[in-house]
Design a protein around this ligand. Sequence first.
Ligand code: PAF
Length: 294
Amino acid sequence: MANILLLCSLKYKRMKIIQSVSGLADALQVFRGEGRTIGFVPTMGALHEGHAALVKQCVSENDRCVVSIFVNPTQFNNADDLHHYPRTPEQDQALLESIGADIVFAPTVEEMYPEPDRRVFHFGLLDTVMEGQYRPGHFNGVAQVVSKLLTIVEPDRAYFGEKDFQQLAIVREMVQQLQLPVEIVGVPIVREASGLALSSRNQRLSEEQKKSAAEIYRILRESTLLAGESTPQHITDFVIGEINKVPGLLVEYFEIVDGHSLQLISSWQHSGYIVGCIAVYCGDVRLIDNIRYK
Ligand code: PAF
């Protein structure tokens, strides 16, 4: 029994919390010296089971797993959204320790941005649509922070959730443009039993709002069953119309796009990879989700 307790405490004491870039570099140098592969999960904290799925996959596919927790100001185009973004550092650390992360990198804004980051990325049509259209500057901020983090950590693999479908496409494009030697791994969406996609923003929903929000995925699923008999435009109208009928929900956009180019498709024959992407306001909480048609 004493041995088991000792083993448990050793396991849970293993995780390091590091705030400085130089401290992280020292710890990573030790791993590299030992020939370990390094996996990386960037997050903004307020972790939930969706993040846990990324970290678990990272732990299982790499010798060492680094998780960053950093609420990146440059990707918020709305000061109120940044201000309200949930922050739960103690819970996050306990979760990460229990699922086997090795290092939590939790820098301050000054540590990440000693100088303002003035880089402007160009992603062609990838960031002019959907989130790019409604959150101008958002993906430039994501590219700034993710490129910095990937350059600091230099992981073999980095893990991103498929819930942020457009973000994943942008990160893949950025890694190609900058020729960063990292494999980008997309991890499927994790949902509550109700179907609601897990998101840190769900913490801001009341029980009543959660019930309404669960209708988003139910309607998206129903739309995949109707897709064979209707055009993409009809399915788009159906999804927007049905979701807007649910009390408290208001669709910002729903677009059926080619999964690679993210451009609208007008026929199901257009591509072999077709995804519907949606943003919906539930009260003042903005939720995103997506569903694959093909
Ligand atoms: O998806 C997120 O949580 C953020 O956009 C990311 C990738 C951690 C960059 O800040």
